[in-house]
Each structure stands twice: as C-alpha cells, then as structure tokens.
Ligand binder design. Structure first.
Ligand code: F6R
Length: 261
C-alpha cells in the first residue's frame, strides 16, 4: 500500500488525478471505477483540466459507479446516476452510453446487482477504482461487518452514513435507507485501487484501515490485501497515522521512474 500525505485537499485531488491518468494512459480502453460524495470531486476537477488541455484522452473510456440509492427517483438530483452525470460524465466528456450506475430502481434488485457484476466483467474489469471512505470505514456502501467476499448487492445504510449524507438532502427522512453497492470482493478485483480522504472526521477511519488489523469492522482495511493500492490523504485525515513520517520519507525519496505526480 502506498500512502501519500498532501498539504491540503486540492493537492489530494491533483495527486490522485495524476494516478488515475497514469493508469488510463497505460490502458488501451480505460475502465474507470467512480465514487460519488465530496471526496473525489477534486480528482474530477483535475481530470477535467487534463482532458481540456489535451494531456489526457478519455474519449474511449468506460466507467462504473460504486453504488446507488434504492428508493430514490433516478431523476432526483442526489441520485448517484444524476451526480455521476453532473460531476463526471459531462465535465470529462465521457460517452454516457459507457457510464454505468447500478439500477437502484429495478423491480428485481438482486438481478440488477448480478447484472452489474456481469457488466463489469464483460467490460474487462476496472483499471482504477476511485474510492472515498466513510467515517465508519466503509468503501462503496459496504458498512462495517460486510463480507470481504461480497459482490454487488442490496445493503442497508448505517445510521451514521445516513447522518453523514444528510447534507445532500433537505432532511434525514429523505435520505434513503437502502442502496445497491459493489461488494468488497467486486472492488478488490479492480487492477488499481485509489482511496482519497480529506478532513479530520476521516482520520480515525484512515488510521484503522491503513495501519490497524484487517477487520470487517473497518471495511476499507481489506485494501491491505490489494497489490496496487494507493491512499492519498490530506494532513487532517493523516493526523492519526502512526507512521506518517515514514510515508513522507518514502514519498520524498521516490526515484523518478516511480513518480506519477
Ligand atoms: C460514494 C461511496 C462512499 C463515499 C463515502 C465518503 O459513492 O461509495 O463510500 O465515498 O461515504 O463520502 P464523502 O466523500 O462524501 O465523505
């Protein structure tokens, strides 16, 4: 696992976008894994700038979102279908036909979930999966005690997650209670995983997931088993990392051929 500590949230976005660009340039037809929420927005902004000035071509890329609410009209501005369209598909100029979000409005949610995993496989798998982390350590909406072997499926949102996401809605009652989310097993099949976190409220989850024992109580800790995992955090999110000085030392001493930002 590579841990990069950045001075601020915008630099987290710049460094993480550089990692995404490196993986995309090496892939013939890149397949992106997309997160929603606040954490990846700076990445999308930096990728947009790279596309705009010709440093990155994503015209052939496809993308798969991590998750979607169940019970929310897909046309609602806070459905992840809408959010991905607004923050990724349009600004990066992706082909909307190649941008996929789990169908949280399907009559048969189990079949929709299985179909989603099949679609990822049929696309050749995800090249780089962008991840935020919940304050309770979730990735996707794999709440604590999610199985490390889990596939895309319906999950009940933890109350903590509903409270955290209340800011996107007018009231807590409006925050959906269920979702379709890629499983931890699905996420772990991505060829690269890239987790970003900013802010002090993420510090306990980052420390437990990066340095703690691997445990389904901190679902992101499963990333310790991934061969190509990059974690990019700002100083506040890094505040509880015991080996922060070591990570800074490693990053500062990286040989040129290993650098991506
Ligand atoms: C979003 C997702 C979640 C978020 C996490 C952090 O698609 O899967 O795991 O990444 O809840 O959310 P923010 O970035 O809003 O703090």
């Amino acid at each position: 696992m590579e841990i990069v500590i950045c001075p601020d949230a915008d630099e987290v976005g710049r460094v993480a976008a550089a990692k995404v660009a490196q993986v995309c340039r090496a892939a013939e037809t890149p397949v992106l894994g997309l997160a929603t929420g606040s954490s990846p927005l700076a990445i999308y902004r930096h990728l947009q700038a790279m596309v705009a000035d010709g440093r990155l071509d994503l015209s052939g890329a496809s993308a798969f979102a991590l998750d979607e609410y169940v019970g929310l009209d897909p046309a609602h501005p806070e459905s992840y279908r809408s959010v991905i369209h607004r923050t990724v598909t349009e600004p990066l100029g992706l082909d909307p036909a190649r941008v996929h979000v789990p169908d949280g409005a399907a009559d048969d949610l189990e079949e929709a979930a299985a179909a989603y995993d099949r679609a990822i496989r049929d696309a050749g798998g995800v090249d780089v999966q962008i991840l935020g982390i919940g304050s309770n350590g979730h990735i996707g909406f794999n709440e604590p005690t999610s199985s490390f072997a889990s596939r895309t499926r319906i999950k009940t949102l933890a109350e903590r997650t509903r409270l955290d996401n209340q800011r996107f809605f007018d009231s807590l009652e409006e925050v959906p209670t269920h979702c379709l989310t890629q499983g931890l097993g699905t996420i772990m099949e991505a060829r690269h995983v890239l987790l970003v976190a900013q802010g002090a409220n993420k510090a306990p989850a980052v420390a437990a997931s990066v340095e703690g024992p691997v445990s389904s109580m901190w679902p992101a800790s499963v990333l310790q088993f991934h061969q190509h995992a990059t974690v990019v955090v700002d100083e506040e999110a890094a505040a509880q990392l015991q080996l922060a000085d070591y990570y800074r030392h490693v990053y500062a001493g990286k040989p040129a051929w290993q650098r991506f930002a």
